[in-house]
Ligand binder design. Structure first.
Ligand code: PMV
Length: 313
């Protein structure tokens, strides 16, 4: 064994968070400049973790690192060295618990780092399965969207475990803004599950509507219909709020983005905190919207040109 490195990226969900858990489609985009890097090296001492400012023995890691611990175990098992001792370090260029896929990205990076340390090649399906083992610890019944998007090279369409690359032909910009509030995906996924059991006649049509919006958004993305897409973002935000996964802060930020000229805006990811995304027609609009979101209290903003992705045919 030698030192190993693994890398994944943050992601945003353009459409389909939560409804994707119920088998409906989703569209997600990796954010290639927001990286998650994991490094591992052999040690003679008990395994040690350094992550998000916490340093200590791996078997004493606080509950918030449980999915990383699972990722290390799963990768060592896969590599055929279940008892190897490692120093593991993660470095994130984006904040955790903001709907940017931090848990899947961390698990994916650690798994890749461990496998590279043992020179073990893994198929994409193996990497996905290993990441999902860790994600189940992080939030119960993950759809697999985060595990896929955080290791993808281009925007993806994801449905019931099947992934295809999506060519985004939009002449538009996406502004991502961090509310600064920690969101718990486990909590919001659990909330919708409870509502789905308690009141299926109300919850089911909302999830189905999100599914329909997402399916139509795929056509808008391919056709470059910016207005259609913006409207669908607003509709998706309203439905997610009705499902109980928005909050006053996210409603405020999406409203601020629309007032500053966004064609549409919605929460992204698990919700009740985390990030919002807004669609802008021009790069100047995007800058103005990002500034307005900063004035409205966003703790961080990023601007992306989704058409800058090259999708392999
Ligand atoms: O909050 P994030 O970035 O972990 O995104 C979660 C996406 C959900 O659809 C809410 C859950 C899932 O498993 O797909």
């Amino acid at each position: 064994m030698h030192a190993g490195v693994g890398q994944t990226v943050a992601k945003i969900i353009l459409f389909g968070e939560h409804s994707v858990v119920y088998g409906y489609p989703a569209i997600a985009m990796p954010l290639r400049n927001l990286r998650m890097i994991a490094r591992v090296e052999p040690t003679t001492r008990p395994s040690e973790l350094s992550s998000l400012g916490w340093v200590g023995p791996l078997d004493e890691a606080p509950a918030r690192f449980a999915s990383i611990v699972r990722a290390v175990d799963a990768a060592l098992e896969f590599a055929g060295h279940p008892n190897a001792r490692l120093r593991i370090e993660t470095h994130a260029e984006f904040p955790p618990e903001r709907g940017l896929g931090s848990s899947a990205a961390a698990a994916g990076a650690v798994i890749r780092a461990v496998l590279s340390a043992f020179d073990v090649d893994a198929e994409p399906e193996d990497l996905f399965d290993l990441t999902q083992m860790a994600e189940r610890i992080a939030h119960g019944h993950p759809s697999g969207l985060d595990a896929t998007a955080t290791s993808s090279q281009s925007p993806i369409h994801f449905q019931a475990g099947a992934t295809t690359a999506v060519q985004i032909n939009l002449s538009a910009w996406i502004v991502v803004a961090d509310s600064g509030i920690h969101g718990s995906t486990r909590e919001t996924v659990g909330h919708i599950r409870e509502e789905h059991e308690r009141c299926p006649e109300v919850t089911r049509p909302r999830l189905a509507e999100l599914g329909r919006i997402t399916a139509e958004a795929v056509d808008d993305v391919r056709a470059g219909d910016v207005s259609g897409l913006g409207q669908k973002m607003n509709d998706a935000h309203r439905l997610l709020a009705e499902l109980g996964v928005s909050n006053a802060r996210l409603d405020q930020l999406t409203a601020a983005a629309r007032s500053a000229g966004a064609v549409g805006a919605k929460l992204t990811g698990g919700g009740r905190g985390g990030c919002v995304i807004a669609l802008a027609r021009t790069s100047a609009d995007a800058k103005r919207i990002a500034a307005a979101l900063g004035m409205a209290g966003a703790t961080g903003t990023w601007v992306y040109a989704p058409h800058a992705y090259e999708v392999a045919a």
